[in-house]
Write a protein that binds this ligand. Structure first.
Ligand SMILES: [Zn+2]
Length: 260
């Protein structure tokens, strides 16, 4: 995960159709709160609005086509999801809990609540999980104050994940002094799932090789051909820490070891 800079103005479809939907959901809830709290009534969310092509396009550009959580490039293998940081249809404090209703329905079309993610992070891991440091402070409907909530999950569009999650080579770990937020975030999102760790290890392997080329060239300054190759290797190392690079968070965390 890396820090994501959200564009300040919401895509138009959220400001128009999304706003109307939010008003409709709020009125429905106010008319029949008990039925929504029990799950007898459920909101019907319109994916044509919150996951509209325009919304997805802005999120993808903002996130360099990478999953907000695992930093994998998405579009060459999958459509990717428009993900709700605060889950719209129900919440869980722990993965084994019964689904809490009605969920953050009033944030379903809220720009600040949307991120682009891969299907695995969203559908296999995060799902409706949204733990709070103090569960009693949870906003249960659109009249409650969100600012009382202290979420456990790091929001990369509001906080710098590097303050919470570190890397030992390709393995992510929760940093001390974060009240366990880093650890819980990476576990909830499966950021050390085997397949992901494997791809990150491969990336580090070739970056290490580039670092070796750069160091060898420095030891042999008279070798012009080697110097030329080393310049290209250094360019790759420099590029690997950019926001647009896959797994930039890991590379930044281990860049001192690469020797480039
Ligand atoms: Zn992901």
């Amino acid at each position: 995960m890396i820090r994501i800079r959200r564009t300040s103005s919401a895509p138009a479809v959220l400001r128009t159709k999304g706003k109307n939907k939010r008003r409709g959901h709020s009125l429905s809830y106010t008319a029949n709160p008990a039925a929504y709290d029990s799950g007898a009534l459920k909101f019907e969310f319109d994916g044509d609005i919150y996951a509209h092509d325009d919304v997805k396009a802005v999120l993808k550009a903002m996130q360099h086509d990478k999953c907000a959580f695992c930093e994998s490039k998405v579009s060459h293998i999958a459509y990717g999801d428009v993900e709700h940081y605060r889950p719209k249809g129900g919440f869980r404090q722990h993965q084994a809990d019964v689904l809490g209703r009605p969920g953050y329905y009033w944030l379903a079309y809220e720009w600040d609540n949307l991120l682009f993610s891969c299907q695995l992070c969203n559908q296999r891991f995060k799902k409706n999980l949204f733990p709070l440091i103090d569960p009693a402070a949870r906003a249960r409907n659109h009249k409650d104050a969100l600012r009382r909530e202290a979420p456990v999950m790091v929001d990369p569009s509001k906080e710098d994940p590097a303050d919470y999650i570190g890397f030992r080579a390709e393995v992510a770990y929760g940093l001390d002094g974060t009240g366990g937020r880093g650890e819980q975030t990476l576990n909830a999102l499966g950021l050390n799932r085997v397949e992901l760790v494997e791809v990150r290890r491969d990336k580090l392997k070739y970056l290490h090789a580039f670092g070796q080329i750069v160091r060898t060239a420095a030891d042999h300054p008279q070798n012009a051909a080697l110097r030329e190759v080393a310049e290209r290797a250094q360019q790759q190392l420099d590029r690997a820490v950019h926001d647009s690079a896959e797994f930039a968070g890991m590379v930044r965390g281990t860049v001192a070891d690469l020797g480039g």
